[in-house]
Design a protein around this ligand. Structure first.
Ligand SMILES: [Zn+2]
Length: 409
């Protein structure tokens, strides 16, 4: 079987569904439950049908393609179909395409599984539309209470309730799904790497060791609006100066804690070129190797911001908006995956990641692992995200070998 040809055909089919191909550089825009997402879900069903897999959806809108009868303790692999705004062609898509091609390869080789296998497309992993990342996996595992999010609206005022209904998912049925969870005996997600780790280590694939804990904090800075042309410097209470300090402090606190932190969003009022702002809202995204360092980073940052606010006569409030505990992937599974790759002669590295994934959510409930495929530039969540075809094929070989080992044990 020509893995490269199979991969390319399958990958190109999904990449054609983007909502943005007509304007170069706009990237892929498949947001949960939109027309593009529904087209991608139809693509998944059609590809699964080509492999004689039977597709069913669960109460949370996750799609399952089964090789064998759905049963407890199956081997499950998959990822997600949705993207961030102006995202890349690989994030999520690579895991699903690789899973489908790996299953095709196993069938082609005449592998006879002793357990059922499912390829799963988790719903709304990015959470781009409603700020609900890992929606499908968190609902399934019971770690997201649907009642807390059903009324959330997207930029057009459409609620989650209304949006899922468009995709034939009953909003009243959303929530913990112990039966679906019991069907996952082990979960392996392949994903394009979202940094330069593998490029620097000169390896085509990696086993993920864990996901860093991360969180988001909202900073509200209240000053006093005034005329930019007539207000003397001494008379100003300018929240933008504190926002600037917050940006710098995030970088400094990240550096001293071997972590990463970003102020990627600002909201300025009145947002006028000739007015001192009355108010600035800023959002801090911070991720660290462990919870202690994350706490330390945020505490250091907060002190720096409060000092700057005092200096400039600005009122400051910091509110935690979200926090994810991070994940340690199952050590036994990782060892087993490593032994399989060694047998196959596939060189690999071991890496943690700062990005969240459905595999991280599942890892609290079932043995879970991840395979990363080298990203030569490290760029992700961008139309310029990419992976070499030779590495993609190595990823498929690695995933197929891991699945075969788990299926036939
Ligand atoms: Zn992803």
């Amino acid at each position: 079987m020509d893995l490269e040809a199979s991969f390319t055909r399958c990958f190109d089919g999904l990449a054609a569904i983007d909502g943005g191909t007509t304007t170069p550089g706009t990237g892929w825009n498949r947001f949960a439950w939109t027309e593009e997402d529904l087209a991608a879900r139809a693509w998944f069903r059609a590809e699964a049908a080509l492999l004689d897999l039977s597709v069913s959806d669960d109460r949370n809108g996750n799609l399952w393609a089964w090789w064998g009868w759905p049963a407890p303790a199956a081997v499950v692999t998959g990822s997600h179909l949705d993207t961030v705004p102006a995202g890349g062609a690989f994030d999520g898509a690579l895991g699903l395409v690789s899973a489908l091609v790996a299953v095709a390869a196993l069938r082609h080789r005449g592998v006879r599984p002793r357990r059922p296998l499912a390829v799963v497309a988790f719903a709304d992993e990015e959470g781009a539309r409603f700020n609900t990342p890992t929606f499908g996996s968190r609902l399934l595992t019971g770690s997201l209470d649907p009642a807390t999010v059903l009324a959330r609206r997207d930029g057009d005022g459409v609620t989650i309730s209304e949006a899922v209904t468009q995709a034939d998912v009953d909003p009243l049925e959303l929530g913990a799904d112990p039966e679906a969870l019991a069907r996952i005996g082990v979960f392996v997600e392949l994903h394009v790497e979202q940094g330069r780790g593998l490029a620097d280590l000169d390896a085509p694939v990696a086993l993920a060791t864990g996901i860093w804990p991360h969180g988001r904090w909202r900073l509200t800075l209240d000053g006093a609006a005034n005329h930019a042309g007539t207000t003397g410097l001494a008379d100003r209470r300018d929240p933008m100066l504190v926002a600037a300090a917050a940006v710098e402090a995030a970088r400094a606190a990240a550096r001293t804690n071997d972590a990463i932190a970003t102020v990627g969003r600002l909201r300025v009022e009145p947002n006028s070129a000739n007015a001192i702002p009355s108010r600035v809202d800023a959002w801090l995204d911070a991720r660290a190797p462990d919870a202690e360092r994350l706490d330390r980073l945020v505490a250091t940052w907060r002190r720096a911001v409060e000092d700057a606010a005092a200096e400039h006569g600005v009122e400051v409030a910091v509110e935690g908006e979200s926090r994810t505990a991070g994940a340690d992937f199952d050590g036994g599974l990782r060892e087993r995956m490593g032994a399989t790759l060694q047998r196959e002669g596939i060189g690999y590295a071991e890496l943690p990641t700062g990005a969240g994934h459905d595999a991280g959510i599942l890892s609290a409930h079932v043995p879970a692992g991840m395979l990363f495929v080298r990203n030569p530039t490290g760029v992700s969540h961008s139309p310029f995200e990419r992976a070499e075809i030779s590495d993609c094929v190595t990823g498929v070989r690695a995933l197929a070998a891991v699945l075969e080992d788990l299926l036939c044990a």
